[in-house]
Design a protein around this ligand. Structure first.
Ligand code: GH3
Ligand code: MG
Length: 325
């Protein structure tokens, strides 16, 4: 604390001289001013000693002025007898402490210890503020990590499950549709085998971008794991989600990508299902239904979209045919 810099604001030169002399005995650097209007330079001090009994001055205005300038330098008030109520109000407004002046000038002897105490308090508050900010940042990082897929930056399995749960509850309550698709890259293993794992990773990232670009901000796009992605389409009828997925499938199938000098193209199989308040009202049931459709898409040749709609349509076609004479 030996290198502390203190500013005394007092319009009474005799007073401030006395206080300055006493504080300099502690080897502190002391400056004196009779101009109470806060200035940015006040930041450069470790402490401000503010005489509260200056005429034409509201100490509260000085505190407010400091706050407006974002100056967090701790302030100690010097007040005359009878001003304790104002002083305690000032403390509520951010002053650290106050010292009541007495005619025998005994307060001068107490000043250094009051300043030391306030300084410790200030340091503790600053440390706490720093730690709280660190903690907040660490929590944010953790939160992002827990819910984000590392390779693609999309939401991960954990987030998708949490969100799906919430979306289905919302749908149940408000009788709103929700559709969901499961997307799987066809023969992704071959991409890795022929071009190496980093090219496979680049393909996953590229697909993630396409999925984000092709969907609305309210749609929840995630990587479920491996080469499998999931999109939740809130407030969307299955027929509309199918149309969108078909567009995504077509876009990908028509593109070729260049990753690290290698040209790669791939296709997608997509399975879709929608929320049903009776048969598909849980995340498990909905995901399972979409997975079954994905399996159909793979089985019937890949590079295609299969939905409950299509399977049902197909089944009824088959049934129609088999019942035909
Ligand atoms: P299918 O058409 O039946 O989906 O064939 P597939 O080859 O895509 O399916 P399979 O499940 O056999 O292979 C998925 C591959 O995805 C296997 C694994 O090596 C690869 N894979 C999983 N996670 C990653 C990853 O993070 N990066 C890369 N590059 N490859 C991954
Ligand atoms: Mg695959």
């Amino acid at each position: 604390m030996s290198s502390m810099r203190i500013l005394i604001i007092d319009d009474n030169a005799a007073h401030s001289e006395l206080a300055a002399r006493r504080l300099m005995k502690e080897n502190w650097e002391v400056s004196v001013t009779d101009q109470p209007d806060p200035k940015p330079e006040f930041k450069n001090y470790d402490f401000i000693l503010l005489d509260y009994s200056m005429p034409h001055l509201s100490g509260l205005d000085v505190l407010k002025g400091l706050r407006d300038l974002d100056i967090t330098t701790p302030v100690i008030l010097l007040t005359g007898h009878g001003n304790e109520i104002i002083a305690s109000e000032a403390i509520k407004q951010g002053a650290y402490d106050y010292v009541v002046k007495d005619t025998q000038l005994l307060y001068l002897e107490r000043l250094p210890s009051v300043i030391r105490e306030a300084k410790s308090k200030h340091e503790l508050i600053e440390t706490n503020r720093f730690l709280i900010n660190e903690l907040r940042r660490a929590n944010e990082r953790l939160q992002t990590m827990t819910f984000t897929d590392e390779i693609t930056g999309l939401h991960n399995y954990r987030f998708i499950r949490k969100q799906l749960d919430a979306e289905l509850k919302r749908s149940t309550r408000y009788s709103k549709p929700v559709s969901l698709c499961v997307i799987d890259i066809d023969y992704f293993k071959n991409i890795n085998d022929l071009n190496g794992h980093p090219v496979g990773d680049a393909a996953l990232k590229e697909l993630a971008e396409i999925l984000k670009e092709s969907t609305r901000t309210v749609d929840i796009v995630g990587r479920y794991g491996g080469d499998e992605f999931v999109i939740i389409f809130p407030d969307t009828l299955l027929v509309d989600a199918v149309r969108l997925c078909e567009r995504i499938r077509k876009t990908v199938s028509e593109r070729s990508f260049v990753f690290g000098g290698r040209t790669v193209s791939f296709t997608l199989s997509i399975g879709l299902a929608d929320f049903d308040p009776v048969r598909r009202k849980t995340p498990e049931a909905l995901l399972e239904a979409a997975d079954r459709c994905l399996y159909q898409a793979k089985k019937t040749g890949r590079n295609r979209v299969a939905s409950l709609l299509r399977i049902v349509e197909k089944k009824s076609d088959e049934e129609r045919q088999s019942t035909q004479p």
